[in-house]
Design a protein around this ligand. Structure first.
Ligand code: FES
Length: 196
């Protein structure tokens, strides 16, 4: 008798009921608990994944390599064509070339050594395999496959005008304007195509 009652109960739970013309499947208690468990696991998995992504994403502060670097305007070489200024924290050279101001990544494009500015030769020279670059980072000779990479910059001039490095990384012309602020985006590196 008890077996018959249990079978009826199961049948009743599995039965679909007609309600306003719509069939609704009633889950058993076990099915309901499975749904709850599945939803909890999905939520836990989502939170864990979000946490891993959050901690894995790089975060760079102002003034650290990889972030924005507020460069002191008085440190920009005043005379076009004069020796560049090394900025070891930001890992770049600030050059004032004939065409304008440019921030050069201080890593050789051959195998990653650090080229030095050689005043007597008026160029960058890599101590490892002898690649040489002009003041604006353009390739001269050696095994390097391309010119020095450049960082994008934002410049605000004293007269209120602003300028931004273009996608080609070309120097920003000063045209006699005094720099008020200059921000070097060391997380935004522009690779020059080939040896130009
Ligand atoms: S690493 Fe600079 S020339 Fe090889």
């Amino acid at each position: 008798m008890a077996t018959v009652s249990a079978a009826r109960a199961r049948s009743a739970r599995a039965q679909t009921k007609e309600d306003s013309g719509v069939s609704v499947a009633i889950p058993s208690r076990r099915e309901f608990l499975y749904y709850i468990w599945g939803a909890s696991m999905a939520l836990l998995l989502g939170e864990t994944t979000a946490g891993i992504i959050w901690f894995a994403l790089p975060r760079f502060g102002v003034g650290t390599f990889g972030g924005d670097f507020i460069y002191p305007s008085e440190s920009v070489p005043a005379v076009p064509g004069s020796a560049p200024q090394n900025e070891p924290v930001g890992r770049f050279w600030m050059s004032n070339a004939e065409e304008g101001v440019v921030a050069l990544y201080n890593v050789c494009t051959h195998l990653g050594c650090l080229p030095k500015w050689v005043p007597s030769n008026n160029r960058f020279e890599c101590p490892c395999h002898g690649s040489k670059y002009q003041l604006d980072g353009r390739y001269i000779e050696g095994p390097a496959p391309r010119s020095l990479d450049r960082f994008r910059m934002d410049i605000t001039f004293d007269n209120g005008e602003t300028a931004q490095t273009n996608d080609n990384g070309d120097p920003i012309p000063l045209n006699g304007r005094a720099i008020q602020t200059i921000i070097v985006h060391t997380g935004d590196r522009i690779k020059r195509a080939g040896q130009v």
